[in-house]
Design a protein around this ligand. Sequence first.
Ligand code: SF4
Length: 90
Amino acid sequence: MDGSKFDQEPVNEEELLAQGYRKYHGEGIDIYYNKDICAHIGNCVRGNPEIFEVGRRPWIIPDNGSVKNASYVVDTCPSGALKYIVKAEV
Ligand code: SF4
């Protein structure tokens, strides 16, 4: 699932927050997570356990990986619980 889109349209922060997503700030990419949608499949933590670590606070640290890797892993989320907005390639 393309984590940069909602129904084929690029996501925007206002819409994500209105829909209950929580923002995890990063230098080059912000990741957004909606726990009500999460299917607990675990693709995110398997994809990059440095960025996604259940039990840690915050459990998502976007800067623990490259922008490319973070967006790639978010795209493997099957439920749409994870979204992202790329701000700069760092
Ligand atoms: S990949 Fe998506 S659905 Fe699976 S645990 Fe992570 S956030 Fe939840």
